[in-house]
Design a protein around this ligand. Structure first.
Ligand SMILES: [Zn+2]
Length: 254
């Protein structure tokens, strides 16, 4: 029963994340005005704004103008429910569950925004830095100075990589949003996580990038946003970092 409750709790947050995904890049408030149809601007009453259920009931169309609603809305809701549930199965109802649902939600929302708009909202990346530091103080998962050093190492190391990349290629490869996102990841996971997260996300990013080029799904010039790979790297590091670290980074296991 508690599993069902957690899943529904995730669906409701997923519904809010949809609002964030569409409004944060436009610098709009995520609280006001209430949800409305992007096509006809009609306000959506609460009983037609129930995650997934309303989408199925309306057969994926706006009740006013009948314009089809993007399938991404229910997908984001369902996947958020799944993430909340998986974290519950892993951590139970604990400090870690609260912390990681917040952390993963930030990574998840910024990844989708990055895929759509090639930006990472400051509200999440910069906003997530103090939230992460407070979580570390609250949970004691890592020491406070490891979190602070993580912010500096995350922001600083990527800034350095970005600078070198620009000097060599004369192109902007890494956005400022990526730098801030890695600083946020450092706040949550500590400085020890920065090198593994960069290695994992670069490896996954290269594989996906090469696959896309081979498949010619994307033009060579079109940049693939790096935020989702950083997010994936952070998630992998959270769950399997210890094991990976034992093999690859014996020196960083302090
Ligand atoms: Zn409409």
């Amino acid at each position: 029963m508690i599993e069902a409750f957690i899943f529904v709790f995730g669906l409701i947050w997923g519904s809010f994340f949809n609002v964030c995904i569409h409004r944060l890049p436009k610098e709009q408030s995520v609280l006001f005005p209430r949800s409305h149809c992007p096509n006809c601007q009609a306000l959506i009453p609460w009983y037609l704004n129930i995650p997934v259920v309303s989408f199925l009931y309306l057969k994926g169309r706006c009740a006013q103008c009948q314009k089809s609603i993007c399938w991404e809305y229910p997908l984001v809701e369902i996947l958020t429910g799944v993430v909340f549930l998986l974290l519950y199965l892993r951590f139970g109802l604990s400090t870690q569950w609260v912390g990681y649902t917040v952390f993963f939600s930030g990574l998840w929302v910024s990844s989708i925004v990055d895929l759509h708009h090639q930006i990472i909202p400051d509200e999440i990346s910069i906003g997530g830095i103090p939230v992460g530091f407070l979580y570390v103080l609250w949970s004691g998962d890592i020491l406070w100075w490891q979190s602070l050093l993580g912010i500096v190492a995350g922001g600083g190391s990527f800034l350095a990589v970005s600078w070198v990349y620009e000097k060599i290629t004369g192109r902007d490869g890494l956005g400022g949003g990526d730098v801030k996102l890695l600083a946020m990841i450092g706040a949550w996971l500590g400085y020890q996580a920065i090198l593994p997260v960069i290695v994992i996300s670069s490896a996954v990013g290269s594989l996906v990038g090469i696959s896309l080029m081979v498949a010619k799904a994307k033009g060579m010039k079109e940049a693939i946003p790096f935020g989702p790979f950083l997010a994936a790297g952070a998630v992998v590091q959270c769950f399997w970092g210890d094991k990976i670290g034992e093999y690859l980074f014996p020196f960083s296991n302090g």
